[in-house]
Design a protein around this ligand. Structure first.
Ligand code: PAF
Length: 284
């Protein structure tokens, strides 16, 4: 299978690298320089919880250099989804699937609309990864990848991809309730990330501070009203407890929004908290 990874940052590079170990896969990373240039000259090195390996993969800084894809992994930050989808138009034929591995809400609909296809899959990931220097990715934590599609006609393909990801070394679960999966993860992100980002605290420091913990609870409870109004079935019975449990379990983490702020990058607040606010207004 020819797999093209659009947005080969830390997470995209990690998934691309391990999928390239599955027989009959060819993986091409599309990313930015100097990361792409480093991969071309000395390979992609992955260290951390998945062991230490160097992968020699094709890497390009412009999707137009690639002719087609059987599977596109879209792993950009959410605010780059539209430009990534537009750059992928020529890669798509009647059989191409697109799988989004992202945080937040609303991106599958956008991709399906822009690329005029329902062959769209969605995954959430609890893998942690950092890219401290070009050509190097550190896997900081191993967690579940959940995968599904809002379009039932894709279920069989979802199962195949789940199997392929397992063969690549990932812990994977397929779900027929991907909306519930995505919302459950989004509640965690809406509760923890802005609070950590605004205070500069690790997830554990947020968890241990009674006032901040109360704020996390309020944020999750408010968002749950939207989940209930939409009739979405979460994958946890107690989203508040689940969010606090995640904050505790990932206590040493600097959440991704705080990492973005510290790196001077845009954050994904619009597709997490922003979407919740937008829906809240829309639903009254
Ligand atoms: O965005 C993040 O950083 C993570 O999703 C999580 C679970 C909040 C852990 O830091």
């Amino acid at each position: 299978m020819k797999i093209v990874v659009l947005g080969s940052g830390a997470i995209g590079s990690l998934y691309g690298a391990f999928l390239s170990t599955v027989p009959n896969n060819e993986v091409i990373l599309v990313g930015r320089n100097p990361h792409v240039a480093a991969i071309r000259s000395k390979g992609l090195t992955i260290k951390g919880v998945m062991g230490e390996h160097t992968f020699h993969l094709r890497a390009v800084d412009d999707a137009s250099e690639v002719e087609y894809a059987d599977l596109i992994l879209l792993t950009t930050k959410t605010y780059d989804t539209l430009s990534a989808a537009l750059s992928a138009r020529h890669l798509i034929n009647n059989g191409t699937y697109i799988m989004l591995i992202q945080n937040g809400l609303g991106t599958e609909e956008l991709v399906a609309e822009v690329l005029k296809t329902k062959r769209v899959l969605r995954a959430t990931t609890c893998m942690g990864a950092l890219r401290p220097s070009p050509g190097l990715v550190i896997a900081t934590g191993c967690g579940l990848t959940e995968i599904g599609s809002r379009y039932p006609e894709n279920y069989e393909f979802v199962e195949g991809i789940a199997e392929m990801l397992k063969n690549g070394g990932f812990e994977v679960r397929s779900s027929k309730n991907i909306e519930g999966v995505v919302w459950t993860k989004t509640l965690v992100n809406a509760g923890i990330n802005p609070v950590g980002a605004l205070t500069g605290f690790t997830n554990g420091e947020v968890y241990k501070n009674p006032k901040l913990r109360e704020l996390v609870i309020q944020l999750v409870e408010e968002a749950v009203k939207i989940v209930d109004t939409l009739g979405i079935e979460l994958t946890t019975e107690d989203p508040v407890r689940y969010t606090l449990g995640t904050a505790k379990a990932t206590g040493n983490n600097i959440n991704s929004m705080l990492q973005d702020l510290r790196a001077g990058k845009k954050t994904e607040i619009d597709s997490i908290t922003g979407e919740i606010i937008r829906l809240g207004k829309e639903l009254g």
